[in-house]
Design a protein around this ligand. Structure first.
Ligand SMILES: Cc1cc2nc3c(=O)[nH]c(=O)nc-3n(C[C@H](O)[C@H](O)[C@H](O)COP(=O)(O)OP(=O)(O)OC[C@H]3O[C@@H](n4cnc5c(N)ncnc54)[C@H](O)[C@@H]3O)c2cc1C
Length: 134
């Protein structure tokens, strides 16, 4: 899909092969995919587009990227290569699951939680392949 975009009156952070353009001025962009919101979800989506050889523009309303991800204190990273390499065998995904379920007094969507925990390790490993150092 070719998507020429003219965005007015907005702060734009455009990622095209991770070249960051930040401006309140009008820009005309040609891209395959437009991601609205440059939080962790949006940036991961943009990275996936790049992984598949596409061109992507991320439109972020705030002056900076990262969204709530700028306030992270930690990640489950359950059963990740990072933890294995660093001798951090515990907590395992099963232990994290049990602890979190107990923390929420068993009133939590178990399928969503289990998916979140199961994917937390591979997600961390994937981020590392992008050159990020934890
Ligand atoms: C204080 C705090 C601490 C946290 N600590 C942790 C932690 O330790 N570990 C953990 O795993 N998780 C933590 N979380 C949760 C985690 O940060 C969020 O779940 C995650 O960052 C959400 O990412 P997101 O991209 O889905 O959403 P967001 O981060 O909300 O990103 C959405 C982005 O879209 C932009 N946007 C919205 N509307 C528009 C629009 N109309 N046009 C353009 N841009 C728009 C927003 O400005 C924002 O940048 C914490 C959250 C908070 C608030």
């Amino acid at each position: 899909m070719s998507c020429p975009t003219l965005v007015k009156s907005a702060v734009i952070s455009a990622l095209a092969g991770f070249c960051l353009v930040s401006s309140a001025q009008d820009h005309e962009l040609t891209t395959d995919v437009v991601v609205i919101g440059g939080g962790i979800s949006g940036l991961s989506s943009a990275m996936s587009v790049l992984d598949h050889g596409g061109k992507v523009a991320v439109l972020e309303k705030l002056p900076g990227l990262g969204g709530a991800g700028n306030y992270f204190e930690g990640a489950f990273a359950a059963d990740s290569d990072y933890k294995r390499r660093n001798g951090l065998k515990e907590p395992t995904a099963d232990q994290v699951y049990k602890d979190v379920v107990r923390f929420y007094n068993y009133r939590i969507n178990a399928v969503v939680l289990r998916t979140l925990i199961n994917e937390s390790g591979p997600a961390m490993d994937w981020i590392e392949t992008k050159g990020y150092k934890f």
